[in-house]
Design a protein around this ligand. Structure first.
Ligand code: AMP
Length: 416
């Protein structure tokens, strides 16, 4: 037996319904807010993420499934959606066809992380992006989309954390302040942090090593180093969240593990789903489109992990039960063709009609109908066929009656 790869999962009937609920709810909410779906390839050039996600991030340095293709090209399974959506935005000049390019996508992402509850190597994201709008009202809208999604899914006990990481104008002063505050403590931090202190000090906030945390907690806060424009932008975002009635806390450590963020960053944390409690995260990436070779357009978006949303769903979710409208049973071989013809008519009329395929006894056919939770069973034997009738059994009442064959479809529609 060949088993599934570590960190991947099969989503089976019984569990998939909750996924379908999350995806359908997300599509409904995103479309309601004017976002249009776009689907991009799962494989991309490695360079897109090296440049887009950032050379110094854990994702690019340690986690990408990258390989050399037979023609020598470096290819990777996408670890996240944003760079792909930026690529598509630029490649297809989407801003020419869309008044405000507001897009979303849904699909699998791949990162070679250490698997645990809520963390997988193939996982699935709902991703939302807006291009070209600098006004903080759009930051408010994007966070409102995320908040509405959580509410429509019935997920409670969540917290929204927001922060501003500034822009290329104020970032250097903050990075310098970080390095100055660290001083001689750098030598006491883990090897990754020592490297980060040189290459990209902001990434020190990504560190999960317990011994490093007291030092990191005492570091300066990005919000104290914002330039006037970033400060005004962040204040406006907080005002809009207040206006939309979305409670939040400012979290100084929220710098996000990707290099492209500028200004607003945010994350939604859910209780009761284990150590991996971030159900969604996002922010503004004002330099990314140009950095990837596109026009100078700002952007903002978020990604939510479907696995974690599914974990956070209420246990008692009122999902519609899946069951057939009717089961068709045939009494003896000669009746099977008539039963199949009846099945055909029921299905052509849009009804969910099921049958037993192997010509077993009526008793086992009734058992099958029972297991499928069919409320109605049509029984067809030589007798019924001769009289142009169908015997109907209502399973709940164990009562039987006879109806004309030509009224069978209408009967099911009236008794569903
Ligand atoms: P990120 O793209 O890292 O900002 O992550 C956005 C969201 O994707 C997180 O809040 C998680 O819900 C989800 N996510 C990220 N990595 C994983 C993973 N390895 N397994 C499951 N979900 C993930």
């Amino acid at each position: 037996m060949i088993a599934a790869i570590r960190g991947t999962q099969d989503i089976l009937p019984g569990a998939v319904e909750r996924w379908q609920f999350v995806e359908a709810t997300a599509c409904r909410v995103f479309e309601q807010y004017g976002y249009a779906e776009i689907r991009t390839p799962i494989i991309e050039r490695e360079e897109l993420f090296a440049k887009g996600t950032g050379e110094t991030t854990d994702i690019v340095q340690k986690e990408m499934y990258a390989f050399t293709d037979k023609d020598g090209e470096r290819i990777t399974l996408r670890p996240e959606a944003t760079p792909s959506l930026v690529r598509a935005f630029v490649e297809h000049a989407l801003e020419q066809g869309m008044a405000v390019p507001k897009v979303y996508t849904i699909g699998p992402m791949f990162r070679r992380e250490r698997p645990q509850k809520g963390r997988y190597r193939q996982f699935h994201q709902l991703d939302v992006e807006v291009f070209g709008v600098e006004d903080p009202s759009v930051d408010g809208e994007v966070i409102d989309v995320a908040w509405t999604l959580i509410r429509e899914l019935g997920i409670t006990g969540v917290e929204l954390a927001v922060n501003s990481v500034g822009c290329p104008d104020c970032r250097p002063a903050f990075s310098a302040a970080l390095v100055a505050a660290l001083g001689g403590d750098v030598a006491r931090l883990c090897g990754d942090c020592q490297r980060r202190a040189v290459t990209n000090p902001l990434r020190i906030f990504d560190c999960k090593v317990p011994a490093d945390q007291p030092v990191i907690d005492a570091l300066p806060h990005t919000v104290d180093y914002l330039c006037d424009a970033c400060r005004a932008h962040f204040d406006a975002v907080l005002r809009y969240l207040d206006l939309f009635g979305i409670p939040c806390t400012v979290s100084h450590r929220l710098v996000r593990g990707l290099d492209y963020y500028t200004r607003t960053t945010f994350e939604v944390l859910a209780g009761g789903i284990g150590a991996q409690s971030a159900v969604l995260g996002g922010g503004r990436y004002d330099g990314l489109v140009r950095h990837l070779g596109g026009p100078d357009r700002v952007g903002i978006g978020f990604a939510a992990g479907i696995e974690r949303l599914v974990l956070a769903l209420p246990d008692a979710l009122a999902l519609p039960e899946k069951r057939p409208d009717v089961f068709v049973a045939a009494l003896g071989d000669p009746a099977r063709e008539s039963a199949l013809a009846l099945l055909r008519d029921l299905r052509r009329a849009g009804l969910n009609a099921q049958i037993e395929y192997e010509g077993r006894s009526l008793k086992s056919q009734m058992k099958r109908a029972d297991r499928l939770k069919a409320p109605l069973v049509f029984i067809l034997g030589d007798d019924e066929i001769a009289r142009g009738q169908v015997t109907v059994r209502r399973m709940a009442a164990s009562a039987q009656e006879s109806i004309p064959r030509e009224t069978a479809v209408a009967f099911v529609k009236a008794n569903r």
